[in-house]
Design a protein around this ligand. Sequence first.
Ligand code: HEM
Length: 411
Amino acid sequence: MGISADQDLASAWSELPYLDDPMPLYERLRNEAPVFRTPDGFWYVTPYELVSEVLRHPRLYASDRSNSAEPDPYRVDPADGLYARIMSKVILSQDGVAHRRLRNLVGPAFTRGAIEDFRTQVRQGIVAQLDEMLEASSGRGERACDLKADFTLPIPTRIILEMFGFPRAEASRFYEMADTIVAPIDRATPEEWHRQASAVFERHWEFVIDAARERKENPGDDLLSRVVTSDDAEGGVTDLELLAFVAFLITAGFETTANTFASGMYRLMQDPEQLTAVREDPSRTRGAVEEMLRFEPATRNSTPRFVLEDIELGGQVLRKGETVFVSIHSANHDPDVFDNPEQFDIDRHPNSHLSFAAGPHACLGMALARMELEEGINALLRSLPDLELAGTPEWHPSLVIRGLRNLPVKW
Ligand code: HEM
C-alpha cells in the first residue's frame, strides 16, 4: 500500500499504520506540515530538530496524562478498571520526581557496565536459541525458517525473563500483556477495550504478585528481587506499581529488540555486499546495529506528550493540554541530518539516530539492546554463512511499533 502524490495529507496520514513504505508520507509532512494537526486532533511532529526539541523538554511537554485537556478514552476508564490503573503507573507516564524514583529503582542494573556482566549469559542464550532453531528446521527437513518467530523474538524474551528470574515457560503470559500494552489498531469501543485489557492483567496479577512476595522473602540476584527489596522515600513499590513495572519492562525488553533485529536483518540481507562485509569482519557489526536502529526504529512514534503551556512549535501554536506525538521514524530519515537517508549504510558516521529517544525518558535498556543485537547478529552470520531472504516479509500494521510479522529465510 502507498499514498498518491495528490492525496490530501489528512487522508494519507490515516493510512500510516498500513504503509509498508511510509517515507513519501514523512517527506511530505516534513516539507508541508512539520507540525501536523491530525484528523484525530493531536499534533504529529516529523522533522529531526523538532522531534528532538519535544523529547528533551519535559517542562514544556509532559508525559503524565493528567496534563491532557482531552483524555484519551482508551486510557481513561470511568469504571476504574485494572488496565487504566496500571497504565497510569508505567514509567513512561511519569514526570519529575515520580519518574526519577522509578528510574532509580532499576537504573543501576541497566548501565553499560552492569550490562557488560551479562555478556556471557546473553551469548549462551543466543547459542541455545540458535541450536533450537536449527534442530527444529532440520526436524522439518528444511534449511529454512521464520527468523522472527524462531530467533529474533525468542532471544530477547529468554534474556529478559532470565534477568527477572522467570522461567521461559511463562513467556506466553508476557506476550499477552505486551500485546495489550502495544495497543492494536483494531481495538473495540473504549468500554469493551477496557474490559478486555483489564481481564488480561487480572489473569496475570496473582502470578506476578506471588513471585514478588516470594522474592521479598528469598531475594536472589535478579531484577524482580532488586525492585521488591528496594526501599525508597515512598517505602517501596505498591502491588499496582509492581505489576506495571514488570509488565512494561518485560514488554520493552523483548518487543522492541525483536523488531529491530528482524527488520535490521531484513535490510542487511537485501544488500548482499554489506551482509558479506559484516560476516567477514565482526568489528563492523557495531556500525550495522546503529544503522539497523536508525533505519527501522522499533518505536516508530514516541508515547504521547502533553503541552504544559501555550507554545509555538514549527510555525503552529500548541495549546496547553494538547497531545503531541513525535515521529522517530521520520526524524531518523530527515535529510537535513542524515546524508542520503534512504541508503542503508553500515558505515554511516556520525549516526545520531533517535531510536532510543532522548531526554529524561531515553531508553533505559539501550546498552542491553545493543549487546543482544551485536551478539545475535555475529552468532547468526557465523553459524549460517549462506543465510538469505526466502520471501517477502509482512509489516505489522501499527501506529506504535515498526516491525515485521515474519521474516522468511533460508541457508
Ligand atoms: C532496540 C531495542 C529498543 C528500542 C528501539 C527502544 C526504544 C525506546 C524508546 C524510543 C523509548 C522512549 C519512548 C518515549 O519517550 O516515548 C524507550 C524507553 C524505555 N525503554 Fe527502550 N527500547 C529498546 C529496548 C529496551 C530494552 C531491552 C529495555 C529493558 C529491558 C528497555 C526499557 C525501556 C524503559 C524502561 C523505558 C522507559 C524509560 C523512561 O521512561 O524513563 N528498552 N525505549
